[in-house]
Write a protein that binds this ligand. Sequence first.
Ligand code: HEM
Length: 137
Amino acid sequence: MFCAFLHIDPACCHQGRLFDLDPDLLPLFQYNCKQFASPQECLSAPEFLDHIRKVMLVIDAAVNQLENLPCLEEYLYNLGKKHQAVGVKVESFSTVGESLLYMLENCLGTAFCPDVREAWTKLYDAVVKAMRHGWDT
Ligand code: HEM
């Protein structure tokens, strides 16, 4: 997957980091009721690679709607609800956020200055804030 905004390939270091940070997330990614035996198996599954694309599309949409994030609120609320239904804990989104920052740092190098980190943190936090309403009701 290619994030149109960043022109980098997040699959290289984003989600591998996710399982380093929290191996307990692995069982949440099940397709056709089949559990992955290892993070490596999951990282090479087409369905999981599709999920990486889905995450990056949401981030991309947020970047494109930066001046008008409320227009994504309903979509993100429903997305949060879907994640609640598949057993994701809202705290796990912080782990995804850490993986995302890790990827950006690795791919952008010195361009990833404190201001850039802060901007990405704020954007991701806004996405999670809207998704977390899915756990409220
Ligand atoms: C769907 C797990 C974080 C975006 C799903 C599905 C699972 C899942 C099991 C359903 C199967 C699939 O489509 O692959 C998780 C876990 C996460 C996580 C365990 C973190 C711990 C995120 C984040 C985003 C996201 C942070 C976006 C910012 C999506 C989207 C879908 C999806 C767009 C498709 C929803 C649909 O079909 O309507 N996720 N996810 N996920 N996820 Fe995640």
